[in-house]
Design a protein around this ligand. Structure first.
Ligand code: PLP
Length: 397
């Protein structure tokens, strides 16, 4: 908690007189480039990621404050902040993968990550194998000695809330010399710090819980060791994936209340998940803290809380799912999650609309599934809203 409130000191003003009052809030260095007096000093600054600031695509003091904060929260060596979560994921994958490489990925991945991977696989002849993520033996069997380059996991999979056994899987990857990448967007470092379990790179969509207010897009990659940081930084500079200073500032500001918000997201989700599970129109509820969820035992070991995302299956199928998301009044129908407000979506008609019924069920998404990004509202107001949306359907059926 203390680490998030006391953001690292502005790296650009560390030389300032201590007798002067200094700002409590991080200054926004809204500058695309930085001026030098000496040509040699400018040339020297261009030699790598940790030199003086030259040009904001390569580094910026406000962005650096966010990077230091993220690195500290995840227990990493260094972090790279990007314009979006996909910017971070694409930079990591493009920096690390070469034609002919083999990748092992969790079956249920964020749609954008799934698309980049499918695209790279097709264009560069990269082989991708899928694993459920529950079992180190399944991963060992999928590894190809000498060719497997990367293991790709998500701490909490969307929308089924599956939690892979990170300690077992990451240890297996490390023993085989495979680089492991964990997307920790939905847990946030409050609930899980994958580097402590052996991850090499942690990726975030800071758009979600870290930013936390649905007002800024951003992403990050946090590195356990310097070598991978250098490699990915170079690729991110080439791709132009850099975070904007003002976006970085909003994210730093959001992070300062992250533990408080996470606590409320988790408590609200627990109450809503329990009540949904007892409702006659609900067939099944997915939330990793709920008794009966397949990942509950793993979640108890790996996560410090069940998180704010849950999903539930309506007995009435596709029509019931679509109608439900249009009936909510406190919650809103919108694609994102992780902000202070509760958002609902119907994956079968939005994020997973391209999938036929067979593919949907392979992804663990039924046609009547509704996803809820539970916000930090008063939980009784929220439940009343969800209940009225459920009960309207009951009256008519
Ligand atoms: C939203 C999300 C992303 C993509 O992040 P953007 O900031 O939208 O680019 C990646 N992974 C997960 C798990 C997400 O929820």
């Amino acid at each position: 908690m203390t680490r998030v409130v006391h953001a690292p000191e502005d790296p650009a003003s560390q030389h300032q007189e201590r007798a002067e009052g200094r700002p409590l809030s991080v200054p926004i260095h809204q500058s695309s480039a930085f001026a030098f007096d000496s040509a040699d000093a400018l040339a020297e600054a261009m030699a790598g990621p940790d030199r003086a600031y030259v040009y904001t695509r390569r580094g910026n003091p406000t962005v650096r404050t966010l990077e230091r904060l993220l690195s500290c929260l995840e227990g990493g060596h260094a972090a790279l902040a990007t314009a979006s979560g996909m910017g971070a994921m694409s930079a990591v994958l493009l920096a690390l993968l070469r034609p002919g490489d083999h990748v092992v990925a969790q079956r249920c991945l964020y749609g954008g990550t799934h698309s980049v991977l499918a695209d790279l696989a097709e264009r560069y002849g990269i082989d991708v194998d899928r694993v459920e993520g529950d079992d180190a033996a399944e991963l060992s069997a999928a590894l190809r000695p000498g060719t497997t380059r990367l293991l790709l996991l998500e701490t909490i999979a969307n929308p089924t809330c599956q939690v892979p056994d990170l300690p077992a899987l990451l240890a297996t990857a490390r023993a085989a010399g495979v680089v492991s990448v964990v997307d920790n967007s939905l847990a946030s470092p409050v609930l899980c710090r994958p580097i402590e379990h052996g991850a090499d790179i942690v990726v975030h969509s800071t758009t979600k819980y870290l930013g936390g207010h649905s007002d800024v897009l951003g992403g990050a990659a946090v590195f356990a060791a310097p070598e991978l940081y250098g490699t990915v930084w170079t690729r991110a500079v080439e791709l132009g994936a850099a975070a904007d200073p003002f976006a970085a500032w909003l994210t730093v500001r959001g992070i300062q209340t992250l533990p408080l918000r996470m606590r409320q997201h988790c408590a609200n989700a627990e109450l809503i998940a329990g009540r949904l599970a007892a409702h006659p129109r609900v067939r099944r509820v997915f939330w990793p803290g709920l008794p009966g969820h397949p990942s509950r035992a793993v979640a108890e070991r790996v996560l410090e809380g069940g998180g704010g995302m849950l999903a539930f299956e309506l007995a009435g199928g596709r029509t019931a799912g679509r109608e439900f998301v249009e009936r909510v009044r406190v919650a809103r129908l919108a694609l994102s999650l992780g902000g202070v407000e509760t958002l609902v979506t119907h994956p079968a008609s939005t994020s997973h609309r391209e999938l036929d019924e067979g593919e949907l069920s392979a992804a663990g998404v039924s046609v009547g599934l509704v996803r809820v990004g539970v916000g930090i509202e008063h939980p009784e107001d929220l439940w009343k809203d969800l209940e009225q949306a459920l009960d309207q359907g009951l009256d008519r059926s």
